[in-house]
Design a protein around this ligand. Structure first.
Ligand code: ATP
Length: 513
């Protein structure tokens, strides 16, 4: 990470703590690695993101319904899904620094460095030649061709090593690429070992009878095992979807980067059941729809891009990520996968229960195909927080830190600020707050100078500050200060409610998709 981005990320993290968004878990005991708690402002922002997603799925699509399945599931679920046998990451330790890494990530980083070298060669040449032809250059320049050959070879070998779970081949690849530990700078590596990411615990009060069960590593399986329950009780006709928001747990090997990679996190997943053969049409549909949902937030269209998967998981026939430009660069925010009939078929096999759909139009039974959209709620949170965090220099030479959070997602919508603590202004302010609080989350504050109070609201992303002054008592008007422009407008109290609801409503945001 470049230094500037590194600093920005550090500032975002400390801001999140200082202003009640995110705290390290059990901090009084020095925290728990890669586990975080959401504070009073964080919980509100998180709930608003959930609402935006849930309503998009279940209100805007009359063929999608939501469920809430348990975190604990019958252990066979995870045999059937493939997680017991295959939900592994290859890990490797550097013997000098004692640091642990994901072996595949080390290879990917080495490949990215080779790609950087190509980009630099191209950049250099582009400066040197007029009428520079990029594709001609990369297909003829000897050095570029050599780097490209190394990249292709490394990708091929990585794919083969992962598919065959061949950890010796993975180690050899790391050695051949001359990967060094970023901490110790040495190539003194251990063997590569497979590590299952599922957390397990025991259910049952008597040790001998206890059953080993898992904390779910994804919410999707709770949807698959309920496919028939929902289809039958909801009289759902294919194509239809089941949505769910809930916790998932993964014992990640390298859990750094704040809430980007946590051991306990939350997913918002939707499985869309379609007729076999129609999955690619729906895959394209959801790719597009999900991107629209993201972009409508207004965090900047250039911050999103698709990343198609070249190495498909065994159950998928198409997959891509929507990546976001996080402070540490473009990384996965959401996955969109065409999962074929793998999961339902496998649950049929392991449970012995038929999980099929009777299509009355075709007069036939089939196991539906599935297109999945899966977005991490915490990564969504980080995308909103990091892109809305701004350190600004103002015209008068002063500085402010402001969170330009999209108004419908902001923890508080309005701050109600009586100019002074006397002359009946607090009473008038409370009267206004009592009128607004049913529709908008309000924050009341009468301490400190008004400028200071504005700054505090900027720092937690409150889009509007309402100031109640002496004129309010005479003509029933207040000033409304806009967080982003800092402009103030005088407006009649009776107009406040509708105007603010209009600007802050999640439903209005949904209308723009
Ligand atoms: P990655 O490649 O980053 O490990 P993944 O491909 O394993 O992610 P999926 O299994 O597709 O992720 O999960 C769907 C979504 O859940 C991801 O796009 C991400 O937003 C979120 N997610 C996955 N793992 C974590 C984690 N450890 N912490 C926070 N969010 C996560």
């Amino acid at each position: 990470m470049a230094n500037q981005e590194d600093n920005l990320f550090k500032n975002v993290i400390s801001h999140a703590k200082e202003y009640g968004f995110i705290f390290p878990s059990s901090e009084i005991y020095d925290g728990l690695s890669a586990v975080y708690d959401y504070g009073q402002n964080g919980a509100e922002l998180k709930n608003n993101i959930k609402e935006y997603w849930w309503k998009f799925m279940t209100l805007l699509h009359d063929n999608i319904v939501g469920i809430d399945s348990a975190i604990f599931m019958h252990p066979t679920t995870w045999k059937a899904s493939g997680h017991v046998d295959a939900f592994n990451d290859p890990m490797i330790d550097n013997k000098d620094s004692k640091k642990r890494y994901r072996a595949d990530v080390l290879v990917e980083d080495a490949v990215a460095k080779l790609q950087d070298k190509i980009d630099k060669e191209v950049e250099k040449a582009a400066k040197r030649f007029e009428n520079f032809d990029r594709s001609m250059f990369v297909s003829t320049n000897a050095r570029v061709l050599e780097y490209q050959k190394k990249i292709d070879e490394a990708n091929e070998r990585l794919k083969a090593a992962m598919n065959n779970s061949d950890m010796a081949a993975m180690k050899q690849l790391i050695e051949d690429l001359e990967v060094t530990c970023p901490i110790s700078g040495t190539r003194n590596w251990t063997e590569v070992r497979q590590f299952n990411l599922m957390f397990s615990t025991e259910m049952g009060s008597v040790a001998e009878d206890a059953n080993k069960i898992y904390l779910r590593p994804e919410t999707a399986q709770g949807i698959f095992v309920n496919f028939l329950n929902v289809q039958k009780t909801g009289r759902m006709k294919i194509p239809f979807g089941i949505a769910q928001i809930g916790k998932a747990f993964r014992n990640e090997i390298v859990a750094r980067q704040f809430i980007f990679r946590m051991r306990e996190f939350e997913q918002m997943e939707m499985q869309f059941f379609v007729k076999p053969g129609e999955e690619m049409k729906w895959y394209e549909y959801w790719k597009e729809k999900r991107m629209q949902w993201h972009k409508t937030l207004g965090l900047g269209d250039g911050n999103y891009r698709y990343h198609d998967h070249l190495n498909l998981a065994h159950y998928a026939n198409a997959a891509c990520d929507i990546q976001f430009n996080f402070p540490m660069g473009f990384k996965e925010l959401e996955g969109i996968h065409s999962r074929t009939d793998f999961d339902l078929k496998s649950h049929e096999k392991f449970s012995g229960k038929k999980l099929q759909y009777f299509d009355t139009e075709d007069n036939q039974n089939y196991i539906p195909y599935v297109v999945e959209t899966s977005v991490g709620l915490d990564r969504m949170f980080l995308s909103v927080l990091s892109s809305s965090y701004k350190e600004e220099k103002l015209e008068d030479g002063s500085e402010r830190v402001v969170l330009r959070i999209p108004a419908p997602l902001a923890p508080n919508k309005v701050a109600i600020l009586p100019l002074t603590k006397k002359d009946g202004l607090p009473e008038k302010a409370m009267e206004i707050m009592n009128e607004l609080k049913f529709d908008l989350r309000c924050f009341y504050e009468e301490k400190d100078a008004i400028g200071k109070r504005y700054r505090r609201q900027d720092a937690i992303g409150t889009p509007y500050c309402i100031t109640i002054d002496h004129q309010t008592l005479q003509d029933n008007t207040v000033t409304v200060r806009d967080r982003d422009t800092m402009k103030q407008e005088r407006i009649a109290v009776c107009e406040l409610r509708l105007k603010l609801i209009d600007a802050c409503s999640i439903n209005n945001l949904l209308r723009r998709i």
